[in-house]
Design a protein around this ligand. Structure first.
Ligand code: FES
Length: 101
């Protein structure tokens, strides 16, 4: 499992998300009450930027057409067949690392 440093903890405001580019992919990072979660940053509907969506508790709403995902599980809230990839997050000091593999 290779870890890639993607951001500082302070880059991800409490209750919000950001987008980062990791190994050619877009990853969305979310800060849920101080815990960082990482999911595939492209909405499977039409590639909307989930990292720029509104976060409420563990639910992010895609800013383009409103699809909603749980940022902990990657699951779509209304469809049991749609799920975005989630990635393990490791915090070392102030740095956030994710593993895409
Ligand atoms: S691109 Fe996300 S809901 Fe359409």
């Amino acid at each position: 499992m290779s870890l890639t440093r993607v951001a500082k903890v302070s880059d991800v405001p409490l209750g919000k998300g950001i987008e980062v580019a990791v190994e050619g992919r877009v990853v969305a990072l979310f800060n849920v009450e101080g815990t960082i979660f990482a999911i595939d940053g492209l909405c499977p509907h039409a590639c909307g930027p989930l990292g720029k969506g509104t976060l409420r508790k563990t639910t992010v709403t895609c800013p383009w057409h409103g699809w909603q995902f749980d940022v902990v599980t990657g699951k779509h809230l209304q469809s049991q067949t749609i799920k975005n990839a989630t990635f393990p997050v490791t915090i070392k000091g102030e740095d956030i690392f994710v593993s895409l593999s």
